[in-house]
Design a protein around this ligand. Structure first.
Ligand code: ZN
Length: 116
């Protein structure tokens, strides 16, 4: 199952997909991208374990996540695969740890709380 253009699809660890067909937003500070909105929605619906997130674009190239989405995804979903689908239905898969090396996550906060 591939997401439709300009949308995100969250794949749960149970191999079932949670489909979120969202139009991509414009890139302003007051909006959120499809992938960030999709992970927030999945978590708000009670899903906790994810395998991958797929994002489709109507661009002929691959569209990577913005910096804010990279941080949110690795913090809330861990090192899942980020799947990019372009307009030609070609697929590129990159683990989030590759997109966010040396990431700041909840583990960093937990370690600093233990020191107090
Ligand atoms: Zn984004």
């Amino acid at each position: 199952m591939l997401p439709t253009p300009n949308s995100a699809l969250v794949l749960r660890s149970s191999r079932k997909a949670v489909k979120f067909l969202l139009d991509a937003t414009s890139k302003t500070a007051l909006t959120a991208c499809a992938e960030r909105t999709a992970i927030f929605k999945a978590i708000s619906e009670g899903h906790k374990h994810f395998k991958a997130i797929a994002v489709s674009s109507d661009d002929s190239g691959f569209t990577p996540p913005c910096g804010a989405c990279r941080q949110v995804l690795i913090d809330l979903a861990g090192n899942i695969d980020f799947i990019m689908v372009n307009a030609k239905q070609q697929v590129k898969i990159i683990p989030l740890k590759v997109l966010v090396p040396f990431a700041f996550t909840n583990k960093n906060l937990q370690r600093s709380k233990k020191k107090k």
